[in-house]
Design a protein around this ligand. Structure first.
Ligand code: NA7
Length: 557
């Protein structure tokens, strides 16, 4: 395969050469789980020349940026990792059930070293624009460091969330005399919260992880809660060295199950409806899953939990009863009960001692539904009921998900059409992988793809793209584009799948409802991951239905 015309190599330091105009087979945006695997797969198995641009000062993507206190993965370590290398699976030792941020970051750094990826990654380099050049059938990519390169293929590995944090506009923030931080851009050197009066806004997955940890250090923690949440206990302690060693002995089987499962985990629902069993049976099942902890409570539970409101009500009420048990003060417990959305209509949350934290003397819950924030003052947060003096404000307020990371880049397809214009009525895609009018652009884990345990979904996408590129090269095609009717049909299907579930009932980043003014639309394919995988794979085996291939060389001959 083609070597780059004028190679611009950046090593560990990530220093790009100024004003380089190298030509690559592929450019990959982002060096998280997606970008690292894409580089390895395209370079080392297809022989392509590849350049990866990463905004962060290290590899890791989400796990580079999210360093807030308590940051850890809520998927089990042994499946929240790559499966492509048996050797890597056997070599790497996870310390426990859910890896903390630093462990995941170390894992991805190790992957970068082990597969010699660093030499093709430019760190501290943000892609600012990517334009499709129809005449030359390639992408022209520019970075904020003045690098200009071309590539036949452009792959985005920008992630669903971390690249575009959301800080709500609250009057007076600029006047605050203490420190404030968003959890998604936590300072590298950390923040010393010992003895400080801390306020945290947001009780999503991030807030739920951060609150118990911050409470241990802070003199006092005020939690500003807008919506109460359902959470499932993590139960780290149930996985030990012996279990993780046993996983290694059975990895092939575990991956086989995981790759075709509903959520990218090695388990399936129990085949039963929550409506067809007795209440004693249901209680026993839920108690057993509750004791096991983690996402199995969702994906290893009743088959109608996520699609039938009546089945869901049993489970939602079960969790509410647990919250009442976990919180000592009944008045506080009442404020913590989620009542405005069904369990799992938002992305489920896994917690460690979250609700018990409200039993501490140094933690105060501020219920923003009764007592909204009026403004931020130099000294803290002013609510309708009065002032809360603070040294530090933590925004655990989430991200402009799915579209936000793309809109930070000026991406232009055929005839100068911007991605923003193409997505003016909400993001579109074919299979979550491709867009009409944007030839040779592949969106790894992009809008309209599934949202399973992330590395599992990412590996599938990257493998699919690599196979597609191989197919093109074998058949003399150098341009691929999704047909408009295929994209339309996929969007219809996406809406149809979402409407079968309870997801549209909740305000969350999954529906775009977390950002004021953002169009409300289910942004991903809500459905069984294994079935999605089968469907997308069948598109390929049936000759890439819905895609049009062309040969630029023939067209311009
Ligand atoms: P989320 O899940 O979007 O949660 C954001 C939280 O911030 C949530 O509790 C919001 O309340 C709260 N929020 C947002 N804006 C405000 C304002 N203006 N006032 C008060 N509270 C506000 O983000 P996370 O970072 O926790 O998790 C994102 C994903 O990362 C997660 O799904 C996992 O996939 C990992 P709301 O509930 O909207 O009322």
């Amino acid at each position: 395969m083609a070597a780059p015309a004028q190679r611009s190599v950046s090593g560990r330091s990530g220093e790009p050469e100024a004003s380089s105009t190298a030509a690559y087979d592929a450019v990959v945006i982002g060096a998280g789980f997606s970008g690292l695997y894409a580089l390895h797969r395209l370079r080392d198995t297809l022989g392509l020349s590849v350049r990866v641009f990463e905004e962060g000062g290290g590899v890791g993507g989400t796990w580079y940026w999210n360093r807030y206190p308590g940051a850890r993965c809520d998927s089990e370590s042994y499946v929240y990792c790559y499966s492509f290398s048996k050797e890597l699976c056997q070599e790497w030792q996870w310390s426990g059930r859910y890896p903390e941020q630093h462990e995941l970051s170390a894992y991805l750094e190790h992957v970068a070293d082990r597969f010699e990826l660093r030499r093709d990654i430019a760190l501290n380099t943000r892609v600012t624009s990517a334009r499709w050049c129809e005449d030359r059938a390639h992408w022209e990519v520019e970075t904020d460091r003045g690098e200009r390169v071309t590539a036949q293929y452009l792959l985005t590995g920008v992630g669903l969330l971390a690249a575009k944090r959301y800080v709500p506009r609250i009057e007076g923030l600029d006047s605050f005399e203490g420190e404030w931080h968003h959890t998604g851009r936590w300072p590298q050197e950390g923040v010393d919260l010992r003895g400080k009066r801390v306020g945290i806004i947001g009780t999503g997955s991030t807030g739920v992880q951060a609150i118990p940890v911050i409470a241990r250090d802070a003199e006092h923690l005020h939690v500003f809660q807008r919506s109460p949440q359902f959470t499932i206990p993590a139960r780290h302690e149930l996985v030990d060295r012996a279990f993780l060693d046993d996983v290694k002995a059975h990895y092939d089987d575990i991956w086989r199950k995981t790759h075709w499962s509903a959520g990218g985990f090695p388990w399936e629902h129990n085949g039963l409806s929550a409506l067809e069993v007795t209440s004693a049976e249901r209680q026993a099942t839920l108690e057993r899953l509750w004791a096991e902890g983690g996402f199995k409570f969702v994906f290893g539970s009743y088959k109608d939990l996520l699609v039938d409101r009546r089945a869901n009500d049993f489970v939602s009420e079960f969790i509410r009863s647990k919250i009442r048990e976990r919180v000592n003060d009944p008045a506080v417990a009442e404020k913590l009960l989620p009542v405005d959305h069904p369990f799992s209509s938002r992305r489920p949350i896994v917690d460690t001692a979250y609700f018990e934290t409200y039993n501490r003397d140094n933690v105060t819950l501020v219920d923003l539904r009764d007592n909204p924030i009026k403004e931020i003052t130099p000294n803290g947060i002013r609510t309708e009921d009065g002032d809360v003096d603070l040294d530090v404000i933590v925004f655990a307020t989430g991200f402009d998900a799915v579209t936000g990371p793309f809109f930070r880049i000026d991406i232009r397809g055929k005839d100068g059409l911007t991605l923003k214009e193409h997505w003016s009525e909400g993001p579109r895609s074919y299979l979550g992988l491709a867009n009409t009018g944007f030839p040779n652009l592949f969106t790894i884990f992009g809008p309209g793809s599934t949202f399973p345990n992330a590395p599992v979904g990412i590996e599938h996408h990257v493998d699919w793209v690599a196979d597609c590129i191989r197919h093109m090269r074998q058949h003399g095609a150098d341009v691929v584009e999704a047909a408009p009717e295929a994209e339309d049909a996929w969007m219809d299907r996406l809406r149809g799948e979402a409407d079968k579930t309870l997801v549209p009932l909740a305000d969350s980043w999954l529906t775009g409802a977390n950002i004021p003014g953002k169009r409300r639309q289910v942004l991903i394919f809500i459905g069984h991951f294994g079935q999605y995988r089968k469907l997308v794979d069948e598109v390929a085996t049936n000759g890439y239905q819905g895609f049009a291939f062309a040969s630029h060389r023939v067209a311009t001959a």
